[in-house]
Design a binder for this molecule. Structure first.
Ligand code: BYC
Length: 474
């Protein structure tokens, strides 16, 4: 499964044996590079960046590190190895051979899933494009660029599927993916969180912790797909996603570590004193967490969705770790609990599980997210500080699904719309919080130096020493 780098488009799918497809993708390629130059990391075209590139899709052998100018990064098409005799293992087609081509009756739904997934990838690059100007260190700058080039490759992964399996409309969707823009009034990205700004590095770490984790769960669900090429491409994408979540988890952890150092040095828990010392106070960390968590759990869609039921029963999108679950994998007649607002109370109600599969995946995500928040709390515990972070109630600040109409506090209490509005900046970053965080964002890019508000990482990328030159600015 090694990658052929002699081709214009590196790939492990024997692209040269399908000239029509190769030509179509080679025609899309310059548009992609133009998009990168216009919407990719600002002012970085000439930098040499210490990046990893896939050399094979085997778990051990895939990363190779070296200096690359990002517009010349070898984006390409990598599918995980084919599993011979693979069968569809959930839904109405359970037990049938996995599809190597798109079944006609599921074409529209599959295209929609692939386009939605593909749309998030360039969106995140657009959201992050100005962060290079305020990097807290050269190490962090390099990690940002690594995340960005890999999101670019994830777009390639989806565009390959569109071109290879969806003919003309697939090619049109491929073009449209380069035309929508994050936050654009007239032509926005498809999902809400991908039209929010990522204006500062705290937002970036929260985004890569929470929102890239939505990526993990959605990709895991798609890696179960009965449409084998989708399963194989998302399997490989997951190996890249892991690094993005690491950037988020370790980033937040380093911010907390620095804050705790300052609190202990000054023997204070007064947010204003912590801020005056150039660190980010813990209540502000909680408010950022509340915001990113709530916009991310919206990405799982409505709590009851006939689309979700169709995707599952048709064998297009499974559950997280579908293969490890001990039930009938058809789910007809089963139920699941979702929340509903009744008067001034949130109550649980049993609904058909097939319709609640967005909620099932959201709940799996929530469990996984909490794990990392507990690891963050260990930083405070070790420093002897009593403050603990926690994820807000799942009904807090929702815009999608039945709970969008409710006004819920992070503790899960129901408020009137006016009360909720009056208190929202206790719970989410206020303009003042954002201005403070922005004020800390000066650029620190000398090798081995770090901004005042973040601790250095425990180890360097690819075990490089602390003062390693990750980016050459030329
Ligand atoms: N914002 O029936 P519903 C990643 C729409 S992240 C705006 O619940 P469904 C990454 C919905 O489209 C992973 N609109 O929808 C992370 C529908 O619209 P229409 C991305 C929303 O289909 C970081 C309507 O509301 N991958 O990879 O069950 C960096 C009714 O909703 C939103 C995927 O999402 C929203 N948040 O569920 C880079 C996987 N939510 O048709 C990358 C593919 C829903 O009525 N996508 N709507 O106009 C899917 O599986 C599904 O499309 C969703 C939505 C789970 C997202």
């Amino acid at each position: 499964m090694s990658v052929d780098y002699s081709e214009k488009i590196p790939n492990n799918v024997d692209l040269s044996s399908d000239k029509t497809l190769q030509r179509a993708l080679e025609q899309w390629q310059p548009g992609y590079v133009n998009w990168w130059k216009e919407m990719g990391p600002d002012g970085s075209l000439d930098f040499d960046v210490y990046l990893r590139t896939a050399i094979s899709v085997d778990p051990q052998g895939w990363a190779q590190f070296g200096y690359v100018k990002m517009p010349e990064y070898r984006w390409g098409i990598f599918l995980a190895a084919k599993e011979e005799g693979r069968k569809i293992h959930f839904g109405d087609h359970i037990g049938e051979e996995a599809w190597q081509d798109v079944p006609g009756e599921h074409r529209a739904n599959l295209r929609r899933i692939i386009v939605t997934q593909g749309d998030t990838e360039p969106a995140s690059v657009e959201q992050q494009r100005h962060l290079g100007a305020t990097a807290p260190s050269m190490y962090d700058l390099r990690n940002l660029y690594q995340v960005n080039v890999e999101e670019g490759r994830h777009l390639w992964a989806m565009v390959y599927l569109l071109h290879r399996f969806f003919g003309r409309d697939g090619r049109e969707e491929g073009t449209a993916l380069l035309e929508r823009r994050s936050g654009d009034q007239n032509n926005p990205r498809i999902l809400g969180a991908f039209n929010e700004k990522t204006p500062d590095w705290l937002s970036f770490y929260m985004f890569t912790y929470f929102t890239d984790r939505d990526g993990k769960f959605q990709l895991c669900a798609l890696a179960e797909s009965g449409f084998d090429p989708l399963a194989r491409t998302t399997k490989f994408m997951l190996t890249e996603e892991a690094h993005h979540m690491f950037v988020g988890e370790s980033g937040v952890s380093r911010v907390l570590q620095r804050t705790c150092e300052v609190m202990n040095q000054l023997k204070t828990d007064d947010p204003l004193k912590v801020r005056a010392a150039g660190a980010i106070d813990l209540p502000t960390m909680q408010r950022y967490l509340n915001f990113h968590y709530s916009v991310t759990i919206d990405l799982f869609g409505a709590d009851q969705s006939s689309n979700a039921a169709t995707f599952y029963s048709a064998g297009l999108k499974g559950r997280f770790e579908e293969g490890k679950r001990a039930d009938d994998h058809i789910l007809k007649g089963q139920t699941y609990k979702v929340l509903e607002l009744q008067g001034d109370r949130l109550v649980e109600k049993e609904v058909p599980m097939l319709n609640a599969l967005n909620e099932v995946l959201r709940d799996d995500f929530i469990k996984d997210s909490i794990g990392g928040v507990e690891r963050w709390n260990k930083v405070m515990e070790k420093a002897g500080i009593a403050f603990r972070l926690k994820v807000p109630h799942k009904a807090f600040h929702r815009q999608i699904g039945a709970l969008a109409a409710a006004n819920i506090s992070p503790e899960g209490k129901v408020f009137s719309p006016a009360e909720w509005q009056a208190r929202k900046y206790e719970w989410m970053p206020s303009p003042d919080d954002r201005a403070f965080v922005t004020s800390l964002m000066g650029r620190v890019v000398e090798p081995g130096k770090f901004a005042s508000w973040i601790a250095p990482p425990a180890v360097g990328v690819n075990r490089q020493p602390p003062n390693f030159e990750y980016v050459r600015f030329n």
